[in-house]
Design a protein around this ligand. Structure first.
Ligand code: PLP
Ligand code: COI
Length: 344
């Protein structure tokens, strides 16, 4: 049974699965996308030979719907999620789902579940999870002939427990992705590889682990399921560049906002783990993470504290206010960043 909006505790949302009334689903057979539409069935019924089960042939996305002050609903750059998903699909030899149909399907799911978009000012959002999986009877290591594309949704609050309060991170000796592997794509294998190091970090009291580059293990790559940024002492917004980092839509948005709205310098380049001293502030950014300040990073037993372990730094806060202001409709958005969901 799906959950009713009246049963949801909107004031205490975490980042947890909920079975909402509707999801979008489309089937790919005989070389093309076939039937598609909303369904109330939260389960998918697939062959035991499905490539997603054995060989991880699947990709996913994450984006959010935001309730604005006037009660309308905003989507933040959903076209970018469609584009990135197409790249992930191409990397795993899967068909792509057309960008316009992707955005339309997102809107259908939000509209059908509109009562689950948290109220303006509550801090919550409706998280949308598009995914595509290879299905059908297969056994050899080959791409599937059939696929399912689906989008489900759930209201969420903070991903990292601290929200805008800084939390602690630890570097991992493990890699989530290889140098020329699939790190730049949103595919399940990267996340399966991150479960063990992530659990180690949590069990030791850290919010998550920081992955270093898989070649030299000297440069910061990802902060769990989010990108890293640092603010240098002379006000440059710096974020790592590497072929094994997921190209975060939030990160690219912040690079633009840092320069155009905050007047900061911007740089995509190497972030050496033994040169954290150049930063006065640091944070993690992503759809789920939004902007989560990094209080400290522990690396090989040494703890480096950035701005503060208890208070968000002023530049991080200004970036947060600008980004979330745009997403919730309070700050003017750069052209094309916001798409409205027509909910009558
Ligand atoms: N890095 C990883 C590994 C992620 O899973 C995500 C989440 O999507 C991000 C970064 C942030 O990307 P985005 O800002 O597009 O959500
Ligand atoms: C997102 O930020 O949308 C993500 O996909 C992170 C997630 C793996 C929880």
């Amino acid at each position: 049974m799906s959950v009713k909006a009246s049963e949801v505790d909107f004031d205490n949302l975490g980042f947890d699965y909920m079975d909402l009334p509707f999801r979008f689903r489309a089937y790919y057979r005989d070389g093309q996308w076939q039937e598609a539409g909303l369904t109330d069935d939260p389960n998918i019924h697939i062959s035991e030979g499905s490539t997603i089960l054995h060989y991880g042939q699947g990709s996913f996305e994450g984006l959010k719907a935001y309730r604005t002050k006037d009660g309308s609903i905003n989507l933040f750059r959903p076209d970018e999620n469609a584009k990135r998903m197409a790249k992930s699909c191409e990397r795993l030899l899967m068909p792509t789902f057309p960008e316009d149909k992707f955005v339309d399907a997102v809107k259908q799911v939000v509209k059908a579940n509109k009562d689950f978009v948290p109220a303006y000012g509550n801090g919550g959002t409706l998280y949308l999870r598009p995914y595509m999986v290879g299905v059908g009877g297969n056994i050899g290591v080959h791409p599937a002939k059939e696929y399912i594309f689906s989008i489900f949704a759930m209201p969420v609050g903070n991903y990292f427990k601290g929200g805008l309060t800084p939390t602690a991170f630890i570097t991992s000796e493990y890699d989530r992705a290889a140098h020329k592997g699939t790190g730049a794509n949103k595919v399940g294998g990267n996340y399966a590889a991150s479960l063990f190091p992530g659990q180690f970090a949590h069990e030791n009291g850290y919010s998550d682990c920081i992955y270093l580059d898989p070649v030299s293990h000297r440069k910061v790559e990802e902060v769990g399921s989010a990108n890293f940024f640092g603010i240098t002492k002379d006000n440059v917004f710096v974020t790592p560049k590497s072929p094994s980092i997921l190209p975060s839509i939030t990160k690219f948005s912040l690079l633009y906002l840092a320069k155009e709205r905050l007047g900061l310098g911007t740089e995509q380049g190497d972030v050496y783990v033994d040169q954290f001293d150049r930063f006065k502030e640091a944070g993690a950014c992503g759809t789920a993470a939004v902007i989560s300040p990094i209080g400290s990073v522990t690396h090989e037993g040494n703890k480096h504290v950035f701005y503060s372990e208890t208070e968000v730094g002023p530049v991080t806060k200004e970036l947060y206010d600008t980004l979330t202001g745009i997403q919730f409709g309070d700050v003017e958005a750069p052209e094309g960043w916001i798409q409205k969901v027509d909910v009558d």
